[in-house]
Ligand binder design. Structure first.
Ligand code: UDP
Ligand code: MN
Length: 269
């Protein structure tokens, strides 16, 4: 029975994110493998820290998708057709790269995989996630109750299967299909009966200032920096997210964390 945490890295920025993620997993401990899927655009010296941490590095290609599909989902076209209004994506984020997550279903030497975005960190042991069914994900909650019916694809539980992978490719690149939130929209559509994980398995950083009553340091198992990234210099929300960015930095650098000194989010006016 083999289990793996899986993340994806297509450039040096996300390799830095993955380094923090992997250190955070090792800090709390796991019996599972840690797999980094990486595209050819990532230089060996950028991947070296991940190899040194004991990750299994697996090179992947982009998915075999039609030119029309790639064109519709290219950064400029996607941002034009489905603008982001709640936050901003860093320049180093390429929407098409997100779809490489689906390569996870090809990892058939594992019975169960837990995918975690490279911009997330693990705060508590989470090996119990390997006992959850396919397809499990947490709700995309960061603003209001209305978000509870949508999933966030930054953390999910899946069972690799080549049959599933093939079925996904066909559904993904059906004529004229446009996935406005890329893999997230696709997975929600492909698994309409998805199972809900507790919201603490994928706590989104905007909860800190939008839904402070939901914040509970003792319960948060995975903290996910959706939109702006904690390693971006002076991003527009850096001031408001300062304690979370400090925590990410400490995990990235492998420094000790003084948990009792972590503040609570400011109450809403
Ligand atoms: N990713 C990547 N390169 C990219 C875009 C995405 O490696 O150019 C990977 C990385 O693991 C990242 C995940 O896909 O964490 C999803 O993108 P991101 O986390 O930026 O999206 P968000 O959580 O902000 O919606
Ligand atoms: Mn993310």
């Amino acid at each position: 029975m083999r289990h793996a945490f899986v993340t994806l890295v297509t450039n040096a920025d996300y390799a830095m994110g993955a380094t923090a993620l992997v250190r955070s997993i090792l800090r709390v401990g796991t019996t599972a493998d840690i797999v980094v899927l990486h595209t050819g655009a990532v230089a060996p010296d950028v991947l070296a820290p991940l190899a040194a941490l004991g990750c299994r590095l697996i090179p992947v290609e982009h998915l075999p998708l039609s030119d029309a599909f790639n064109d519709r989902h290219a950064r400029g076209n996607l941002h034009g057709a489905a603008p982001f209004t709640k936050g901003r994506k860093p320049d180093f984020h390429s929407p098409l790269d997100n779809f490489c997550k689906l390569r996870l279903w090809q990892l058939t030497d594992y019975e169960t995989c837990v995918f975690i975005d490279a911009d997330a960190v693990v705060l508590k042991p989470i090996d119990k996630l390997f006992g959850y069914p396919e397809f499990s994900a947490a709700p995309n909650v960061y603003e209001s109750l209305a978000d509870f019916h949508r999933l966030n694809s930054g953390v999910f539980v899946a069972r690799p299967s080549l049959a599933t992978y093939q079925a996904m490719l066909e559904a993904l690149d059906a004529p004229d299909r446009f996935w406005r939130r890329t893999d997230q929209s696709f997975l929600e559509s492909f698994f309409p009966d998805w199972h809900g994980l507790p919201v603490f398995m994928n706590m989104l950083q905007y909860v800190w200032f939008n839904l402070p009553e939901l914040w509970d340091w003792d319960s948060i198992a995975i903290l996910h920096f959706q939109y702006e990234k904690p390693w971006e210099k002076n991003h527009p929300k850096a001031d408001r997210l300062k304690p979370l960015i400090g925590l990410w930095q400490a995990l990235h650098d492998g420094r000790d964390i003084d948990w009792p000194s972590l503040p609570l989010p400011p109450a809403k006016p």
